[in-house]
Design a protein. Structure first.
Length: 413
């Protein structure tokens, strides 16, 4: 994101970096990034192993083809590249799921013991809509946000949130319609307004709630979920006008839930603030307050496992902010770290042990030198939750209009 907020695109074919394999055998942490390559059947997943010395080593066979294509549009408009959770894994770290936004499909891989990926039989699977951009998993149900917003591949299909059943072998099967019962109005697919640009679907652990983020529609969209994963839309809410200048669009971008209390955090990308909400069991959202963000263009948000620290990417300024969330309703910003090199900070992930944070920066501007801006940052978490970037970021050697997206971390110990 820059002055125009965010316009990001992605794709990748190779990684230009030299890594020492010295420590590779002593770590069980693996990092995955989607190339988002636009050419047909060229999208792929880069896979790395972390050494005890902090180096990331590309795995043999990486990148692993997804069997689909990435985002087609590479211009400056908002929406096509504004998404999160493009790459996720199941809690057992045996399956990896990735979007193919340019071919309307979802790739599913088995994760082998050595971190390598093997496509599930039949992968990729239809996404149930146009331009899938975000994934969430609860048990054996996969939730997909189909943005239908790729200007390079226009579609009359409405954006939607849809559900799939994940079979034990990783195969995706559409969830069937519920019986015609007015007392049970849940559906496997719920469409939203054209142009609303859903960017994220967040399943709140321990609840029956999926919370969607209709970025350009300016709405937070909660859903209740039934026992088979079907959806029932609850009243959507707009961001409060009191937190914005009269001429500033009220766009939400970035959702994260506190792991122990019913608190939701929302990035107010155009206001440089983070919204704090309380949610009820039925998905009703109550706005509590905003807290300031020292960076510009706050987007994606992650919490550590205990919930006492939050990490946000500040896209315009290529920074990561750290918040003390000891009091979940009153998070306090304690650090704003500028990432190395040029680019725009975007997706972010916290390692399972909480010791590392990984973030993608993207080449969002033609003013950045060719070959620079598309990188993977590795950050160490200090005892107080603040971050240090001590190593050199990994640079993805990709075409100027291509930007890798999404980052997932697993520990295969």
């Amino acid at each position: 994101m820059r002055k125009s907020i965010l316009s990001l695109g992605i794709a990748a074919t190779c990684v230009a970096a030299s890594f020492s394999p010295l420590y590779a055998s002593s770590s069980s942490e693996y990092v995955y990034v989607e190339s988002n390559t636009a050419a047909a059947n060229s999208n792929s997943i880069f896979a790395f192993k972390r050494g005890s010395g902090g180096n990331l080593t590309p795995l043999p066979g990486s990148p692993f083809l997804t069997g689909g294509a990435g985002v087609q549009y590479t211009g400056p408009n908002l929406g096509p590249f504004d998404s999160d959770q493009e790459v996720i894994t199941n809690p057992q770290n045996t399956l990896l799921f990735a979007v193919n936004p340019g071919s309307d499909s979802i790739a599913v891989f088995h994760i082998d013991e050595d971190g390598s990926l093997k496509a599930v039989e039949g992968s990729p699977f239809p996404s149930g809509g146009n331009d899938p951009v975000s994934l969430a998993l609860n048990g054996n149900t996969l939730y997909i946000a189909n943005q239908s917003g790729d200007f390079g591949r226009p579609s009359t299909i409405l954006p939607n949130y849809t559900t799939m059943t994940v079979e034990p072998d990783g195969i995706l099967v559409p969830v069937g319609d519920a019986t015609n019962d007015s007392s049970h109005p849940f559906e496997p697919t719920v469409s939203v307004a054209a142009g609303s640009s859903p960017s994220q679907g967040l399943f709140v652990p321990g609840t029956n709630l999926l919370i969607g983020n209709n970025f350009l529609g300016g709405l937070i969209q909660p859903f209740q979920v039934d026992w088979q994963g079907r959806l029932q839309a609850q009243p959507a809410i707009a961001l409060p006008a009191s937190e914005f200048d009269a001429t500033t669009p009220r766009f939400p971008l970035g959702l994260a839930a506190n792991p122990s209390t019913p608190i939701l955090y929302v990035g107010y990308v155009t206001a440089n603030k983070m919204g704090v909400y309380r949610y009820s069991q039925n998905g009703a959202l109550k706005f509590l307050r905003t807290v300031p963000n020292a960076g510009q263009g706050i987007c994606w948000i992650r919490s550590n496992k205990s919930g006492n620290r939050l990490y946000t990417t500040d896209t315009t300024t290529n920074q990561i902010s750290v918040y003390d969330a000891t009091d979940p309703e009153f998070p306090v910003e304690i650090q704003t770290l500028t990432l190395q090199g040029v680019g725009n900070a975007f997706q972010i992930s916290v390692s399972e042990d909480g010791k590392h944070v990984y973030s993608i920066s993207q080449r969002d501007s033609a003013s950045f030198p060719a070959g620079q801006g598309n990188v993977l940052h590795t950050l160490s978490v200090n005892s107080d939750g603040t971050l240090d970037e001590t190593g050199t970021p990994i640079t993805f050697n990709v075409p100027a209009t291509t930007r890798p997206q999404g980052v997932a971390v697993v520990d295969l110990q």
